[in-house]
Design a protein around this ligand. Sequence first.
Ligand SMILES: [Zn+2]
Ligand SMILES: [Zn+2]
Length: 896
Amino acid sequence: MHILLLKEPRDGESGPDPYIKELASHGHKATLIPVLSFKFVSLNTLSDKLFQPEKHGGLIFTSPRAVEAVKMCLEAEERREEWNSSVKDKWNTKPIYVVGKATAALVQSLGLNPLGEDTGTADVLSRLIIEREDKNIPPLFFPCGSIKREVLPTALRENGVPLETLTVYQTAEHPDLEKNLKNYFTEQGAPASIAFFSPSGVRFCLEVVQRLSGEQLTQIKFAAIGPTTQDEMKAEGLCVSCTAEKPTAEHLAAAIAKALQYGFIKPVNWEEIQFEDSDASFNDDFLDDLHDTIQEGTSVHHSRDAPQDGEHDDHNSLTESQAFISALKEFQTLSGLPATGVFDEATKAVMNKPRCGVPDKEINLDTPVAPENSSASDTENSFSDAFNETDSNNTISDSSFGTANSSVDDIFNVNDTESVSNDTSMNYTDLNLIDHVVNNTSLNSSREIKTDSQMVNGSMNAHQSEAVRRRKRHLATLVSKSRHKRDLSETGYMAFSKQMLKWRLIGEGYSSQLSIEDQRYIFRLAFRMWSEVSPLEFVEDTRSPLEDVDIRLGFGTGRHLGCNQRFDGTGQEFAHAWFLGDIHFDDDEHFTAPNAGSGISLLKVAVHEIGHVLGLPHSYRAGSIMQPSYLPQESGFEMDWMDRKAIQHLYGGCNGQFNTAFDWIRKEKTPYGEVVIRFNTYFLRDGWYWLYENRNNRTRYGDPVALQVGWRGIPMDGVDAYVHVWSRKRDAVYFFKGAQFWRYDNENDQVFRQDPEGHRYPRLISEGFPGVFSPIDTAFYDRRDSRIYFFKNTLVYAFDVEANSLARGFPKNIRVFFPPVVSGDHPDGNIDAAYFSYTHNAIFLLKGTRFWQVVGSRDRWRRPFLPRNGLLPHKEVDQHWFDICNVHPTALKLTR
Ligand SMILES: [Zn+2]
Ligand SMILES: [Zn+2]
């Protein structure tokens, strides 16, 4: 297919453009049209400065084009000679800072020795400069482009490093842009996909592209190279089909190929994506995308024997494609198409009316719902909707998890349902039946049923409209139209109305294949997995009368456990479950323990069946644990993002207060021997902690973990604060609790009993930090001013680490130092946690289930009226950080 890339050709390199090459490998024909033109300016001034090295403390280059400007100044022969004979050596006595490898290579070609080529971003480079430079040097000279990137100048200015900037090139619209676009559309017609590489590219091209494509506009898949560009596209009203996960030819080509193949692509979470070395071909705007700081480390799986990251990914993608094919076949069967598993035109026609893949538009729930048998022609119907569609005119063929061969009438006979007035004959698969039961209130049991609307009202306040919107959005993609309908008619979803649920493996129903301990262990794990992603907690109850147990599990063969459904022997049906009720497993199946590598994973089947008990219907979405077909066992499988959102739609997100939250920073060596700075984010509550994966915006698979597993020697029941003093002279990690503090030995991963300075731990806070009164509420270290900020009641104490004393004027009232931006919206005092996030490059104050973001220099640069250190209006923690969910203490130490 034809793809239009709105970018400049890659300069200085031979051979085809990497983007064209990469797209060709996916079978697509790509064409470049340059969008921007560059004009060098002020070259005389630049030349003067270059030949006065003694007036400057060093040089900074953050783009290859700026180095090109220098080259232009050296074109005249006598200048070149003077440069080579003496000037370059004078510069080489000073630091020549560069942001990436491409710039470094060009700088070397001038005879200069670059420094910082591994920094990758302006932010990291500025930190390197601040580390190395004094306030008393002559100014560093920074030739740059006209599109301002304030990261580096702001950081240097704030830290008092003198800087002199000079604009040496200007960016403007390419003079032939419109002509080139016209020619392209005339010759090729509208392309299948158009990729933008910069916000200015969007601004310069959009109007012409819209005009030229006319009615075909909605057919074009628009792709973005990165989040800034994506945002600009959205702001201009374009529907973004995909965004490259990283700004490389490989990532962009993969995203476009997927968008073209499937019509949509999973939205990338842009709150946290890190970039590698900046690419020489990216223009200035793109560097805006590179604002990020240090890299988030990968999260090592803690306690469960999940595969290593690399393997894991391969495995996932493999499984995903198998899962995709299997889901596709299901969809084809349901749609009356030949079940080929091939995504052909007929299938596409059924599922694919073009629609935006990025879920950024709310589905209007007031829109009348289309007739349920019209899934092929419904305008709302998109690929993702279709996959979640449970067309109630068809019986879902639950070929392996559920009840494949039984006819609906046999099992779900409505009269039976009513006559059996207890809860035993309601099966999850038939949504009509659930409807029916709700509407007739024939569920005469002790089970508590709660409607969705109650839950939404109960768990959200008006000010949480963002969360409501988000949930509605998920609702739109998660549920079928028949469920929309119920939602509208206020019959709602059903879910347990309590958060603590009891379960038991019933004695007459043990499996003959696994030891009883193994069975119970596997069920504990299965419940824990739902607990990890929802506010529900599960506890095994072996004592209460059976009727008080919420979920009873048992194995049986043929006629079993007094159940009115027979099992069918080996194959086909593995298990069945009742909504808000019990689970039976067919013991004629070969159930195995996790990671057994053969048989049917009891864990996986149990997680699926528990999903039904909790209220989830089948999903035909690839990767979902709620797919009706059993997929061969993967070790380390987990709830994917949509499963998490589905259960949270029923039960709400997870909230609760934290003792502390922090980014743990350390230096790591890459396989190539480069030292990089990485961090991971941790949230601590009582004796547990979660590793937060910012790039996925969720907690690590398998968390929470007991505190002492991750941090050896700190108080087991929790800490008040974590502080990492990280300056040129010091690198020390402290935990605080009560009146004491501990220094942590990162190298040996345990607290110091005695540190290299001879201090023994625990020490008294009053000794280590004179002037600070213990116990403290929380604390954080601010690298920008080398101070630790301690919070206690309504006061904040700034402790100057270098001077080893309180900073002048402290303690201050928190309200004075962190004034509210909106009057009255302030935590006042008793802060739980103060967290400097490298992902967000911002400080957050957390209290209870809320947080306040502190206004940063960038906010103030954009909106100068904001007060310094002002607290932005509060939000709920679970609106910003997802899946930080408690598990029942009895399940805490389970490992998989
Ligand atoms: Zn049964
Ligand atoms: Zn099922």
